[in-house]
Design a protein around this ligand. Structure first.
Ligand SMILES: Nc1ncnc2c1ncn2[C@@H]1O[C@H](COP(=O)(O)OP(=O)(O)O)[C@@H](O)[C@H]1O
Ligand SMILES: [Mg+2]
Length: 306
């Protein structure tokens, strides 16, 4: 028998996956203990999008210096993009960190070029050399795209880190304003982190769907209680349970798609010290000509080396 909680869980999953112009885009956030399946939730959403929304663009932001998770996708459709001029290396962790050659990569020089190069129905895995740049790329897409777009952002705390002052703090505040528009501009954003407290509170406030996996910490202002989270069942063969909360309602689901590490691919991307440097790039706003919607040219040189 399907419980009331499972029916509510299915309803929230439908809101995540089914497109409806009136409802607009969705902003999800998955949290849970290490190894609870946070990445697998993102991968299952990517798989769904590849299979059901094959004419839409999917952008994936992976961490640096840790195995690239997209290699776990069954789907062979993927493409890597690197920003021109960044010093990066794909390294084979199964083979003493030797350069990994087994993957075709492409290069881009700006947001417009990247957006045009990215293929619909493909996992487009992008490295800017600094993860903060995702805020600006999403802003770009929010401004100019007319169709549905999908962003999958691993470890969101590296993109919107908590407790930042000065230019970066202001930039995150501006990005939170962008996030408010993403819904009506048909942008889906899926994020995760182990600890929500590492994420700036302004983007956190805009999350539409919370997904709690085993080991997650409750969020004080939400309905799902710690006691409930602590009772979630973990099953490494049949899938982990999770609570989903949206607009004050919550339901239960089980993530049955299990993405185990692909033994063939233990590849990571090393990059310039890249993303950990909280240095903010040329201000996107300054370089944007809003009047005639001219193509944007962002001065990537400014962000190099952090
Ligand atoms: N839905 C699931 N239910 C149970 N086990 C899972 C599930 N998804 C993944 N796993 C197992 O747990 C491991 C860690 O999953 P992962 O998604 O990388 O967790 P996290 O990102 O939270 O650290 C995987 O290698 C896999 O073997
Ligand atoms: Mg993970």
């Amino acid at each position: 028998m399907v419980s009331k909680q499972e029916i509510l869980g299915q309803k929230i999953m439908k809101r995540i996956h089914i497109h409806n112009q009136d409802d607009g885009g969705i902003f999800t956030f998955t949290t849970g203990a290490m190894g609870s399946g946070k990445t697998s939730v993102l991968l299952s959403f990517i798989d769904y999008t590849l299979n059901h929304h094959g004419n839409e663009k999917i952008f994936i932001s992976e961490c640096y210096n840790t195995p690239i998770q997209s290699f776990k996708l069954h789907n062979k459709k993927r493409c890597f993009y690197f920003m021109d001029g960044i010093d990066f290396r794909l390294r084979d962790r199964n083979n003493g960190f030797k350069p990994f050659q087994g993957e075709h990569v492409e290069y881009f020089s700006g947001f417009q070029e990247l957006y045009e190069m990215a293929k619909p129905g493909v996992a487009n895995i992008v490295f800017f050399g600094n993860r903060l740049y995702w805020m600006d790329f999403i802003e770009y897409v929010n401004m100019f795209a007319t169709d549905w777009n999908h962003f999958f952002l691993e470890e969101f705390s590296e993109i919107c880190p908590a407790y930042q002052k000065g230019e970066l703090g202001n930039h995150i505040a501006d990005f939170a304003d962008v996030l408010k528009d993403c819904r009506k501009n048909l942008i889906n954003i899926h994020t995760n982190t182990q600890q929500a407290s590492r994420i700036d509170y302004r983007p956190l406030l805009l999350i539409m769907v919370y997904i709690f996996l085993p080991g997650a910490r409750e969020r004080k202002h939400l309905r799902v209680a710690q006691r409930a989270i602590d009772n979630l069942k973990s099953d490494s063969n049949h899938g982990n349970q999770a609570y989903l909360e949206m607009s004050g309602e919550f339901g239960l689901t089980t993530f049955r798609d299990i993405y185990r590490p692909n033994p063939l691919y233990h590849v990571d991307c090393y990059c310039n010290n890249g993303e950990r440097v909280p240095f903010i790039i040329s201000s996107f706003h300054k370089s944007m000509n809003m009047e005639d919607k001219a193509p944007i040219s962002v001065d990537f040189d400014l962000m190099k080396n952090g």
